[in-house]
Design a protein around this ligand. Structure first.
Ligand code: FMN
Length: 212
C-alpha cells in the first residue's frame, strides 16, 4: 500500500476515534511525551508522599502521561504494560475520579471511558484533600480475570497494584506533582458509587495533583 493511502487511513482512524469519543463522553488521551529529560535516578531521588494539593487541574498532556506511566501499553505487539502483572492477567483497572465524573482508563485504546458524570472524589477516601485534589485514581482488581484461589487472588491483586502505584509515584516525582497512595478507603460505599460488580475489588486509591 502506498504511503499516501496509509496516511489517509491513519487520519481517518484518528477522526473516527475523536468523533466517537466526543459522542460517548469518553476522553481521548494524548500520546505520552517520551522526550522528557528527567533521569530515572532523579525520579527515584525525588519520589515521596505529599498530601498537600492545589485544586488546580492537570493539563490533558499530564493526565495522559500519568495514566500511560501507571499502566499504559509499552509493547504494542503484545499489549503488555508499563507495570507487570502475575500470570499476565492484567486484572487491575485504573478508575479516574475527577470533577467531570468517573472514568475508566483503557490502556489498549489509551482513552478514558466515561462511567458516569457524578463527581465522587469525596467518596474516594477519608482524608479531606480527596474532595478538592483534581485526580483520585482508584485501583480495582477484577477477580474474573484472575487465576487461582481467593487468597492467591488477594495476594496478586495487592502486589500488582503496588507496581502501578509506584509507577504513578515515579511519574509524579519526574513531573513535580504531589501524590499519596491510600489504603484508608471506605470500600463498600465507594464500590456502590462506582457501580462495581461483586467480583471487582477496590485495592487502593491514589490522589494526584499539583503541590500546594
Ligand atoms: C499500601 C499503602 C497504604 C497507604 N495508605 C495511606 C493512607 O491511607 N493515607 C495516607 O495519607 N498515606 C498512606 N500511605 C502513604 C504512607 O504513609 C507513606 O508512603 C509513608 O509515610 C512513607 O512516606 P513516603 O512515601 O514519602 O516515603 C500508604 C502507603 C502504602 C504503601
Amino acid at each position: 500500500m502506498s504511503h499516501r493511502v496509509l496516511l489517509g487511513i491513519g487520519i481517518f482512524q484518528i477522526l473516527i476515534t475523536t468523533l466517537f469519543s466526543q459522542a460517548t463522553g469518553d476522553i481521548k488521551l494524548l500520546p505520552p511525551r517520551f522526550e522528557k529529560q528527567v533521569t530515572l535516578f532523579d525520579a527515584l531521588k525525588n519520589r515521596k508522599t505529599n498530601r498537600s494539593f492545589s485544586d488546580k487541574e492537570l493539563s490533558l498532556q499530564q493526565l495522559s502521561d500519568l495514566l500511560w506511566a501507571a499502566t499504559g501499553v509499552n509493547r504494542p505487539e503484545s499489549g503488555k504494560r508499563t507495570a507487570p502483572t502475575a500470570h499476565d492477567d492484567r486484572e487491575i483497572d485504573v478508575y479516574v475520579a475527577i470533577a467531570a465524573g468517573l472514568y475508566l482508563y483503557d490502556p489498549d485504546q489509551h482513552i478514558l471511558k466515561l462511567i458516569h458524570h457524578e463527581d465522587i472524589r469525596s467518596a474516594t477516601g477519608r482524608q479531606e484533600f480527596v474532595e478538592t485534589a483534581p485526580i483520585n485514581l482508584i485501583f480495582v482488581a477484577d477477580y474474573r480475570r484472575m487465576k487461582g484461589d481467593q487468597s492467591s487472588k488477594d495476594f496478586y491483586a495487592a502486589t500488582d497494584t503496588g507496581f502501578i502505584s509506584q509507577n504513578v509515584y515515579l511519574y509524579c516525582a519526574a513531573e513535580g506533582l504531589a501524590t499519596v497512595v491510600r489504603g484508608m478507603v471506605e470500600r463498600s460505599s465507594l464500590a456502590e458509587k462506582m457501580k462495581l460488580y461483586p467480583d471487582q475489588h477496590i485495592v487502593l486509591a491514589q490522589t494526584v495533583g499539583l503541590p500546594r
